[in-house]
Each structure stands twice: as structure tokens, then as C-alpha cells.
Design a protein around this ligand. Structure first.
Ligand SMILES: [Zn+2]
Length: 170
């Protein structure tokens, strides 16, 4: 059984952090752990993320493509699977990240379009505005009334900001 500890010669292939390699990175600046070409061969051993175990664990390499272990067997649960760890390290899409971006707030344009932009009124302190009315402001641009406050104040949501402005000043 060849040693699986990385040697000083590295091939530059990034690899997810693991307890074994973290020892090397503990001192000095943080950098992606590397693993050595010498251990990447069928029958060799590599640390990879096991979906079933939910951990980065030692895996036996079943297939190597382009110097990367693409198919591995978990030494703990013995499930054979694609090497997800290596796929992620080479820029593979991560669904979790994509769905998080989708959770962003509703865009301003959509909020505006849901009102009645064709009935937009020019803002003036003398005018009186109601919730959901679309307002054109000389400085802030087009917005919509998101709330009517007490004491002659109206909250208008513009693209860049939410402003509380006076209205109904007779
Ligand atoms: Zn496993």
C-alpha cells in the first residue's frame, strides 16, 4: 500500500479541505490544500465528500479522467459514486448557491409594473397621494407610494431609495 500522505511535489490540483491535509495548512497563510499526482491512480486513495456519510472521507479511486479521480468508493460505507469533491473544486455549479441568489427581493421594476405606471402623477408637496399610486419625482425619478403616514407624510419607494416626503400641503 503506497503512502497517501501528499509529498512535497504537488501537481496543483485543488482539493477540498480534509483533516489529513489541514495539518499542512495549519501554519502559514490559508491556501487551497493540494494533493499529489502520485496518489491519483486507480486503486489509490483520495479524500472525497461522501454523500451517504455526509463527510469528507478516504475513498478508493475507481476511475481517473484527466488526472482527476472521477469515480471513487467510500472506504467507510463502500458506496461507489462520482467524485463530487473534485467536481466542485473545478468550478462545477453548486445548486445551493444558485437557489440562494434566487431568493433575492422582488425587483423594483416588477413592483412598479404591478401598479399603474401609465397613471403616474408628478410629485408635488401640494398633491395628495394614496398607497400604490405611481409618482414621478424630479430628483428621485419614478416611484410608487408604499405607505401613507400621519402628519401629511407619504413614503415613496424609488429605485434607489425609500423616501418619506410631505404631501397634501394645501
Ligand atoms: Zn460513505
Amino acid at each position: 500500500m503506497p503512502a497517501t500522505v501528499p509529498s512535497e511535489r504537488h501537481c496543483g490540483t485543488p482539493f477540498p479541505p480534509s483533516a489529513r491535509f489541514r495539518l499542512r495548512a495549519a501554519s502559514g497563510p490559508r491556501r487551497p490544500p493540494l494533493y499529489c499526482r502520485a496518489v491519483i491512480r486507480v486503486g489509490g486513495e483520495v479524500d472525497a465528500f461522501c454523500n451517504r456519510c455526509g463527510l469528507v472521507l478516504a475513498h478508493t479511486i475507481h476511475a481517473v479522467v484527466g488526472g482527476r479521480p472521477v469515480k471513487v468508493e467510500c472506504n467507510t460505507c463502500h458506496s461507489v459514486h462520482r467524485n463530487r469533491g473534485a467536481a466542485g473544486a473545478t468550478g462545477g455549479a453548486r445548486p445551493a448557491r444558485a437557489s440562494r441568489e434566487k431568493a433575492a427581493a422582488v425587483p423594483f421594476d416588477a413592483l412598479l409594473a404591478a401598479r399603474n405606471p401609465s397613471a403616474a402623477r408628478r410629485y408635488s408637496p401640494q398633491e395628495t397621494f394614496a398607497v400604490d399610486e405611481v409618482v414621478d419625482h424630479p430628483t428621485f425619478g419614478r416611484g410608487f407610494v408604499s405607505a401613507v403616514r400621519d402628519a401629511g407624510k407619504v413614503e415613496i419607494t424609488f429605485r434607489s431609495d425609500v423616501k418619506v416626503l410631505v404631501h397634501g400641503r394645501a
